[in-house]
Write a protein that binds this ligand. Structure first.
Ligand SMILES: Nc1ncnc2c1ncn2[C@@H]1O[C@H](COP(=O)(O)OP(=O)(O)OP(=O)(O)O)[C@@H](O)[C@H]1O
Length: 331
């Protein structure tokens, strides 16, 4: 369990973290999301006592990080994969960490094996690729077999096999009852890994809720229908009080406010042929873009797009217009 209470951090005139309060619970993978510069790394650094809060507190199992004796046995973290001593071998980097926390030497071999670096254990870490450095950073986080694990962008530089491995590792560690807190900009990966989300924008808490609720609350689901009898179906739907929007580009109808079952049965009753009847659920990426659109600081613009153009994805469906995210703190 990690508890943040009114946590704030200012750097000069920049407020990196702004009165953040939430709890990161054990037994699940909690994803930590936010646009660039939202304050994710600063928050994680404060959790590890690497930055002092301007105000507020962060506690791990009821204690400040600095009060933990042998902290690696309680909290393991990967914040910066290149933070290792480049002149030391992977083995020696881990051995130094182990010795300073009274962790037995055999654990170094175990974690090297776990992350797949046994073959290069004696090589200096400055020659490691980003993916190998990530694996070494993950090994250091696992060294003390801690109850709490924090990973800042852990899949950065990993190949597909490595991404699958870290995903299963995090899920497995959470299933053992550990607290797993992970940041990533890869929404598709986060959608597959995290059970719960904490979302921040400009240092403020925007959401703290289960993944499924986040997607449901920040997107609209609808049903897509394709039929060779579109006008007839529209009349039937109209008579049933259901509004359908034609999408000429795809030749489909988009309907919200009715389930796929209802629509299929209605079509069958009127002997209307359907070529497609598919419930559409927005992706985590879409839900994230909608929620954080107003707190994105650094916008890139597609060629030809005005500098003050929309922050939302250009392929956002028309029904997104007027959408308002409802920030929700706590559950
Ligand atoms: N040491 C520092 N000195 C001054 N400003 C800082 C410092 N560290 C972070 N900041 C600022 O604090 C804000 C939050 O930065 P932070 O790195 O925590 O965001 P982030 O969400 O991790 O971003 P990203 O997703 O790009 O990694 C930014 O405006 C950043 O420029």
């Amino acid at each position: 369990m990690i508890e943040l209470e009114g946590l704030s951090k200012r750097f000069g005139t920049t407020t990196a973290v702004d009165h953040l309060s939430c709890q990161i619970r054990p037994g699940v993978v909690t994803g930590f999301l936010g646009p660039n510069g939202a304050g994710k790394s600063t928050t994680m650094r404060m959790m590890l006592d690497l930055d002092n809060p301007t105000s507020g507190t962060v506690r791990v199992y009821g204690k400040h990080y600095r009060e933990l004796s042998e902290p690696l046995r309680h909290v393991g973290a990967l914040l910066d994969a290149k933070a290792m001593h480049g002149g030391r071998s992977a083995y020696n980097n881990l051995l130094c960490l182990a010795q300073s926390n009274r962790i037995p030497r055999r654990r170094v071999d175990e974690v090297l094996d776990l992350v797949g670096l046994t073959a290069v254990a004696k090589k200096k870490s400055k020659g490691f690729s980003l993916g190998m450095s990530q694996r070494l950073g993950i090994a250091s986080a696992l060294l003390g077999d801690p109850e709490i694990l924090m990973f800042d962008e852990p899949v950065n530089g990993l190949d597909p096999e490595g991404i699958l491995w870290i995903r299963n590792l995090m899920k497995g560690l959470a299933a053992e009852g550990r607290t797993i807190f992970v940041s990533s900009h890869l929404m598709s990966e986060m959608a597959l890994t995290a059970d719960h989300l904490v979302v921040i924008g400009q240092g403020k808490l925007l959401a703290d809720l289960p993944m499924a609720d986040f997607i449901q609350q920040n997107s609209r689901s609808y049903v897509r229908l394709r039929t060779p009898q579109q006008e007839r179906l529209k009349d039937v739907l109209h008579d049933a009080g259901i509004n359908a929007v034609s999408v000429p580009a795809t030749g489909t109808l988009e309907i919200d406010g009715a389930s796929a079952e209802q629509l299929g049965e209605l079509a069958a009753q009127h002997q209307i042929v359907l070529h497609e009847l598919s419930p559409q659920r927005a992706s985590l990426e879409e839900a994230f873009m909608r929620m954080t659109a107003d707190s994105v600081e650094y916008h890139a613009h597609a060629p030809g797009m005005a500098a003050d153009g929309p922050a939302r994805p250009t392929d956002a469906p028309a029904w997104g217009a007027g959408f308002q995210a409802t920030p929700k703190a706590g559950e």
